[in-house]
Design a protein around this ligand. Structure first.
Ligand code: FMN
Length: 380
């Protein structure tokens, strides 16, 4: 199976299936000397673990990570960092009903068409558990970014029709409720909505928003490796993501040039400045707004990077649906077993991980873009 590696200098190769022995990742290209321990990784994995609320699959997995290589005396050695999470609650028989029948909205049909054979136990590589490797790799990237003064924070913006209100936005709330919504009132409303979905044997979609702060200006490679293009690719590769926006995204299509352009001013942003001072810029400049979402010409402008990912409703639902079996006969399917009525709360940390990893990689790639930087490294 090609396509399991992401990154240019900092790379992750994920492996493993939902119901195999385990899942994991090898992170290569991480600079030596970074403080790293299993707890750093575990904290991230705990945020995507199933069985923590009635809105996540009841599958009971501890998802304990083992750090197998690349760390000595608490620091990365510059060699590949390998991590494994063993599956302990496979219960494959729950999934026997989907062995020969395609779940609408899932990847069963396309995997069969592509390979002529598929691991039907819980979706194999197309399962949400595939994201374990991404999250473990993202935790390493976040540690690296912390050294560089960059933070990556994601939260739930919307579940079904319930969106976080701008007036009530309170980031601290996102870690207080199970839906990761930075708005307690919206979270309570979304819970009611999800209860209704579950009672109806249905599921919901939503939006994850991710904010990257402390990003220096100048990161991103024109033309095919633009920072926004890399971020979109990274986030779109997460299962169930059907759209990615940077900055105002699709809303920019309805704007005008005079509204959408972010003006430049010299000096630091004043108290009314909508936008932060642009970090790492050689001149002291700030923008008067941030419709661009921190990226101009595929290069970070030193402002906050803002991206949003639209997740479709969980495909596996209890309500009967039309489908066909492997021999092409029409039939119906009602998916039993353990599935999230919405994937968004568990996908928040996955978006954060993919964004962190991509930004860290692009920062490393950027190191060779100026001769004066290279000379500095080599003392010439
Ligand atoms: C964290 C996470 C958890 C998921 N959990 C489920 C699930 O319980 N049931 C399900 O049918 N799909 C789940 N999905 C979505 C499927 O993996 C995804 O829809 C499927 O692979 C088809 O890919 P596509 O939606 O990108 O076309 C999950 C996705 C993520 C990111």
């Amino acid at each position: 199976m090609a396509g399991s590696t992401w990154g240019t200098i900092l790379t992750m190769t994920t492996w493993g299936e939902s119901h195999g022995s385990g899942l994991g990742v090898t992170v290569d290209g991480c600079p030596a000397g970074l403080l790293l321990c299993e707890d750093d990784i575990q904290r991230y994995l705990d945020r995507r673990r199933p069985g923590q609320s009635r809105f996540t699959t009841a599958r009971q997995e501890k998802d304990r990570v083992e750090l197998l290589s690349g760390v000595f005396e608490g620091r990365t050695t510059g060699t590949p960092v390998s991590m494994i999470v063993r599956n302990t609650d496979q219960r494959s028989h729950d999934y026997s009903a989907i062995m020969d029948v395609y779940r609408p909205g899932h990847a069963d049909y396309t995997f069969d068409e592509k390979y002529g054979f598929r691991d039907y136990r819980g979706g194999g590589r197309s399962s949400g558990r595939e994201t374990i490797g991404r999250v473990a790799a993202g935790a390493v990237a976040a540690k690296l970014l912390a050294e560089l003064g960059v933070t990556v924070t994601a939260y739930t913006r919307r579940i079904g029709p319930v969106a976080v209100s701008e007036e009530r936005f309170d980031l601290a709330q996102a870690s207080e409720n199970r839906l990761c919504m930075p708005d307690a009132e919206a979270a309570a409303e979304a819970e009611k909505y999800l209860d209704g979905m579950m009672a109806a044997g249905d599921s919901a979609g939503g939006v994850v928003e991710c904010v990257i702060l402390g990003m220096p200006a100048g990161v991103g490679e024109p033309v095919f490796e633009k920072l926004d293009a890399r971020l979109a690719h990274a986030v779109m590769s997460i299962g169930a993501v059907k759209g990615v926006e940077i900055g105002d995204g699709f809303a920019a299509a309805q704007s005008t040039g005079s509204e959408n352009n972010d003006g430049f001013r010299s000096g630091k942003a004043g108290p009314d400045g909508a936008s932060e001072e642009m970090r790492g810029a050689s001149r002291q400049v700030h923008k008067t707004s941030n419709h661009a979402g921190g990226v101009l010409g595929g290069i970070s402008d030193g402002d906050a990077i803002i991206l949003r990912a639209a997740f479709k409703p969980t495909p596996s639902i209890a309500r009967p649906q039309q489908t066909v079996d492997r021999s092409g006969r029409d039939t119906e399917i009602a998916v039993r077993g353990r599935h999230d009525p919405v994937v968004v709360p568990r996908a928040v940390v996955v978006v954060e991980a993919m964004a962190a990893f991509t930004v860290a990689d692009m920062m490393l790639v950027n190191l060779s873009s100026r001769l004066d930087n290279i000379k500095r490294v080599y003392g010439r």
